[in-house]
Design a protein around this ligand. Structure first.
Ligand code: SF4
Ligand code: SF4
Length: 561
């Protein structure tokens, strides 16, 4: 492989790579604002100027091709002085409003001002003022004062979203960003511009002023908005999910995610309508119960029906671990063959970029771990018909609001003698349930899901679920004070006594006299990996942060994948 020297270090590169690309591949970051590895090169910010031996002038590392034997300095006096000058230029008209800017803490301009700025300004004139708080579209706000005219947002719309909606107008220090006449920034991927804007010029209207970014904890997870399974970070403060941001995975979503995934798939986690304990229907009303009481009630009710009168409905929203245990529970403990899950297909949602028409994250995983009818058993439509005919008298449903999707099922499922539901939130389906178990959301548990291509990926808990009142029994408040935790606001976000569905099923199995010996989701996964050939050889470590491909030739893909 050809090599060049950067700051005294030999760097290998591929023909056609620029200096900045080759440096990045070797783990060296040359400062940059306008360059982004997924966008075309514009070369306008000049902060990546480097000195190259035998070249009379400095060159920009983002557009200069690396060449065999080249000797490059990014930290020489000449390069540093140029970088200082660029920083001084960028800051001339900048409002320096970091204390009230949402980008503070993750702003390239702020970071570089510290690491590459001169620390003072020689500019005494009045700054140019531009428009502030301009809604460019339903989800993105623009602050013209902060824009450094890098054009990343314009290039994103043109090249990635393939929907040109933004452009520059005016020139020199009056230059600014606008949407084209009659247009809004409203493409389905518009919020990615808030991630790639290197300053606080473009901010998320959904997240603005909710938190300072250094107050957020970040947990690697997967979006549950469709079967693409975009890699994301769950960003949490005081046990509340406040935003989702995309996490780079070149095999799934590169740097991006869609706006639906970003704004519509986390609010139910923080919602007021969370199921906060098990509930039993007494005298026609759902009332809170303890876990043991709910397990005992569900167990004795289930035992009063023959196996052919009971059907199970798994979930393309639940994890593989949850669905695996549901399948085992149905076949090994109840002995029924009537089992399926509800497809969630929306042909208007899919596109040619990331979004998939299957708007559930784990259809392939649910099917692969055993959620399908046994030989001679009923599928979903058969179950519905048999409930209507009165042959199926009890249904056990895990983590799916069937009635929201198909309202006609309300009347049919109201006929059931027994309707047991796992749900994270009260909804149209829990309204007619007899027993409701509180299920953890995807942000509150370990587990795996399988995307449309057969890539198994990991969920990790970012939010705690337990009954605060019970957890604090015997714990003095002064202990919280000692850690400086604002107890009241923390506790407000924690009133959720929920469990992963596999754990609920393990508890219910125990009440029915059958012990599953799983202590963690990982142990359930190890059993999956042992017993289902598509998962052979996998464990949580192998899946890691970026996922692993299943050996899918051994299972048939569901029609909706
Ligand atoms: S709004 Fe942000 S991304 Fe767009 S040109 Fe200005 S600084 Fe660059
Ligand atoms: S494309 Fe699908 S998985 Fe990706 S962010 Fe959007 S909804 Fe989520």
């Amino acid at each position: 492989m050809p090599k060049f020297v950067l700051d005294g270090k030999e760097i290998e590169f591929e023909q056609g790579q620029t200096i900045i690309q080759a440096a990045k591949k070797s783990g060296i970051t040359i400062p940059h604002f306008c360059w982004h590895e997924s966008l075309s090169i514009s070369g306008n910010c000049r902060v990546c100027l480097v000195e190259i031996e035998k070249m009379p002038k400095l060159a920009i590392a983002c557009s200069t091709l690396a060449a065999e034997g080249m000797v490059v300095y990014s930290e020489s006096d000449k390069a540093l002085s140029a970088r200082n000058a660029v920083m001084e230029f960028e800051l001339i008209n900048h409002p320096l409003d970091c204390p009230i800017c949402d980008e503070a803490g993750e702003c390239k301009l702020q970071d570089y001002a510290y690491s590459h700025g001169s620390g003072e300004s020689r500019f005494n004139e009045e700054k140019i003022h531009k428009d502030k708080r301009v809604p460019l579209g339903p989800l993105v706000m623009f602050d013209g004062d902060r824009c450094i005219s890098c054009s990343r947002c314009i290039r994103f719309c043109d090249e990635i979203a393939k929907d040109p909606q933004l452009t520059f107008i005016k020139r020199g220090d009056r230059i600014t960003i606008v949407t084209y006449p009659g247009k809004e920034l409203d493409n389905p991927y518009s919020m990615n511009v808030t991630d790639i804007c290197p300053v606080g010029a473009l901010t998320s209207r959904d997240f603005r002023f909710k938190a300072r970014v250094w107050e957020l904890s970040s947990t690697k997870s997967i979006c549950n908005g469709c079967s693409r399974g975009c890699n994301i970070n769950l960003e949490v403060r005081n046990n509340q999910v406040l935003r989702l941001t995309p996490r780079q995975n070149e095999d799934v979503n590169s740097f991006w995610m869609c706006d639906h995934g970003r704004v519509n798939t986390y609010k139910f986690i923080n919602a007021e309508d969370r199921v906060d304990s098990p509930y039993l229907r007494r005298g026609g009303t759902l009332t809170r119960s303890g876990w043991d009481e709910a397990f005992a009630a569900a167990s004795s009710e289930l035992k009063s029906y023959s196996k052919n009168e009971i059907a199970f409905i798994g979930s393309s929203f639940a994890t593989c671990e949850d669905n695996f245990l549901l399948s085992k529970f149905a076949t090994q403990i109840i002995g029924t063959k009537h089992m399926d899950f509800m497809p969630h297909f929306d042909s208007g949602f899919g596109d040619n970029f990331l979004r998939k028409g299957d708007t559930a994250p784990n259809s392939l995983g649910a099917k692969t771990v055993g959620i399908f009818p046994g030989k001679g058993g009923l599928d979903l439509e058969g179950i519905i018909k048999s409930v209507k005919d009165g042959q199926i008298k009890a249904v056990f449903l895990m983590e799916d609001n069937l009635i929201a999707l198909r309202p006609e099922l309300k009347e049919i499922f109201s006929k059931l003698d027994l309707f047991i539901v796992h749900s994270s939130n009260f909804n149209e389906t829990t309204e007619i349930a007899d027993i409701v178990f509180p299920a953890s959301t995807y942000a509150e548990k370990h587990g795996t899901i399988v995307n449309f291509e057969g890539r198994v990926q990991r969920l990790r808990p970012a939010v705690a679920t337990f009954d605060v009142d019970r957890a604090l029994e015997g714990m003095s408040l002064s202990r919280w004070d000692k850690f400086g935790t604002k107890f009241d606001s923390w506790a407000e976000g924690n009133k959720r006594d929920a469990r992963s569905s596999w754990r609920i099923l393990a508890g219910l199995s125990g009440a029915m006299g059958h012990k599953y010996r799983y202590g963690t989701a990982e142990e359930v996964f190890m059993d999956i990996a042992k017993s289902i050939s598509a998962f052979n050889g996998l464990d949580y470590e192998v899946i890691g942060e970026l996922g692993a491909k299943l050996k899918l030739d051994s299972v048939s893909k569901p029609a909706i994948a």
